[in-house]
Design a protein around this ligand. Structure first.
Ligand SMILES: NC(=O)c1ccc[n+]([C@@H]2O[C@H](COP(=O)([O-])OP(=O)(O)OC[C@H]3O[C@@H](n4cnc5c(N)ncnc54)[C@H](O)[C@@H]3O)[C@@H](O)[C@H]2O)c1
Length: 266
């Protein structure tokens, strides 16, 4: 096997990436690093306004395609429009996700369906239609699923359905890594700890969440228990996503990289 220079290992020019939920937070951190490495990047987000602002202000080759990942028609359209614009899809980052705090005693079927539809069904739909396209292209590909440390260990009470969805994504990641390896499609996951994003900033409500029977759940201080003493930044996930999308990770599939400032050590 020939040794590739460091510069070429990280070069994604001529490749096209889709990042779901790429208009903000971790997704945006990933969009910026993949685009800096030369990829055309499609932001597949249901926040049309925010995605438009990101594309307008960027110096990179970005395109926004308004997508709700939980809609099968929406995902099929995402694949068609990406191929019509850029010709191929080489990298998929399944990042879009929600993390509402819903104690079990307060859970409604609407809450349950919404969390599972976006966090698990959305990942499955995007992986299905994008991998079919990658197989047709015949030049391999990369799928990166953003799970969570909650795919391994609960971070706080109130996230039971979220944790179930993320454990599901991790199981799904390993199985499709096996199925897609003959097509040279490598599938890995990144499990972030607490990252400073619009989503986590909204979560930091001061009052405890009341549950039925008046048992309250406290929202964990995001800094407590992080050996590095701080939350992570979206770019710290972006850098790991670039590693997994590039030839730096040429012999990795079915792995989950924990990026949590040491949180799981506690
Ligand atoms: N921030 C953290 O601390 C943290 C930790 C572990 C895992 N994660 C995971 O990382 C991912 C991103 O988290 P974040 O903190 O950046 O979130 P965020 O709420 O800050 O941003 C999420 C983005 O996804 C988009 N989105 C949400 N639902 C969508 C849908 N159905 N279709 C398309 N786009 C959709 C939103 O519009 C937004 O732009 C999620 O999967 C989350 O579970 C986050």
């Amino acid at each position: 096997m020939s040794i590739i220079s460091l510069e070429n290992l990280l070069n994604l020019s001529g490749k096209t990436a889709i990042v779901t939920g790429g208009a903000a937070g971790i997704g945006l951190g990933i969009v910026n690093r993949l685009a800096e490495a030369g990829a055309n990047v499609v932001i597949a987000d249901y926040d049309k306004k925010e995605a438009g602002v990101v594309v307008k202000n960027s110096r990179f080759n970005l395109k926004a395609i308004n997508t709700d990942v939980s809609s099968e028609e929406g995902v099929k359209n995402l694949v068609e429009e990406t191929v019509a614009s850029f010709g191929t899809i080489d990298i998929l980052v399944n990042n879009a996700g929600i993390f509402p705090i819903v104690p079990l005693s307060m859970l409604t079927s609407q809450d349950f369906e919404k969390i599972i539809n976006i966090n698990l069904r959305g990942v499955i739909l995007c992986a299905k239609y994008v991998s079919e396209q990658m197989i047709k292209q015949g030049r391999g590909g990369r799928i990166i699923n953003i799970t969570s440390i909650d795919a391994l260990h609960p971070s706080m009470a109130g996230l039971a359905i979220y944790d179930a969805s993320k454990h599901g994504v991790w199981g799904f990641t390993k199985n499709i890594a096996l199925e897609l390896a003959p097509h040279k499609i490598w599938v890995n996951a990144i499990a972030p700890g607490g990252i400073n994003t619009p989503g986590t900033r909204k979560m930091q409500v001061p009052a405890p969440v009341k549950t039925k029977g008046d048992i309250s759940i406290s929202i964990a201080d995001p800094m407590s228990g992080v050996p590095m003493g701080r939350m992570g930044e979206p770019d710290e996930i972006g850098k790991v996503a670039l590693f997994l999308a590039s030839d730096m990770a040429s012999y990795m599939t079915g792995s989950q990289v924990v990026v949590d400032g040491g949180f799981l050590l506690k």
